[in-house]
Design a protein around this ligand. Structure first.
Ligand SMILES: [Fe+2]
Length: 262
């Protein structure tokens, strides 16, 4: 099977600029590319930071945009989101019994778990998995048994070597680690938040992240010393077979906008 991973779309008002780029135009371009070239994927995941300031107008724009998108789309929250505003717009989006935007998707090949690490509150950007959310995760992993499991969360539980990003990672990594140990067959974990393409192995678990669809976080400071940089955006094309797992980090700058113009 194949699915698509996108992250950190940071939507603001259509046409407005964020860090020198237009988030709605960028996401439109990504969705058009997926619809043209990857429409046979089973689903798409957007792993948080849907709206740069949790603005209801941005959520409404996303809801309307996805009406024409050919793939089912699972949405997650990041530190820039506002859970209440999101749920006011995406009223039918799955959530757990405690109201967090956590949900699972069962396919023939594997179980997919989508976590909600949003702490909430003004100017709070580090992530949290409270006891209720960890209980949900442990119950889902228990239920999965020996079946393959793929996990998604916005905040990573580890440092990546960029100090101001490391300061706002997931709180209490050991609590997540204890919950992961309930799983018997966790194959891979996808994350967002860091606006960079990374592969990490943390305590035996493999993780990958992707660039934002709008602005990136430089590995080394640029000449202006900015926290953000303009680097190629990308989305993930993930292929799962019984004995193989492949992630393409597709930056696709040099191809036609649709199959028809190829
Ligand atoms: Fe972000």
């Amino acid at each position: 099977m194949k699915f698509i991973h996108i992250t950190d779309i940071h939507l603001i008002a259509p046409g407005a600029e964020l860090c020198g780029c237009d988030p709605t135009a960028n996401l439109s371009r990504v969705l058009e590319d997926i619809a043209s070239w990857q429409s046979d994927a089973a689903f798409c995941v957007i792993s948080g930071d849907l709206a740069d300031e949790g603005d209801p107008q941005a959520y409404r724009w996303l809801r309307d945009k996805l009406l024409d998108f050919p793939l089912p789309c699972f949405l997650m929250l990041g530190n820039h989101d506002v859970r209440g505003n999101f749920l006011d717009v995406f009223t039918d989006h799955p959530r757990d019994a405690s109201g967090f935007v956590q949900h699972s998707h069962n396919a023939a090949e594997a179980k997919f778990l989508f976590l909600d690490t949003l702490t909430g509150g003004p100017d709070t950007h580090d992530g949290e998995l409270c006891r209720d959310r960890l209980d949900w995760l442990e119950a889902e992993l228990e239920q999965a048994g020996e079946s393959p499991v793929y996990l998604f969360l916005h905040h990573p539980p580890f440092d990546i070597g960029i100090p101001y990003v490391d300061e706002i990672k997931l709180r209490d990594p050991d609590a997540l680690h204890r919950a992961l140990k309930v799983g018997k067959n966790i194959r891979h974990i996808f994350f967002g938040h860091v606006h960079r393409m990374t592969y990490v192995n943390w305590r035996g678990y493999s993780f990958t992240s992707l660039p934002s669809t709008n602005h990136q976080i430089p590995l080394v400071p640029d000449r202006a010393g900015s926290e953000y940089s303009v680097e190629p955006l990308a989305y993930g094309v993930v292929q799962i077979a019984e004995d193989q797992f492949t992630v393409h980090f597709d930056a696709y700058l040099d191809r036609p906008t649709s199959k028809n113009s190829a």
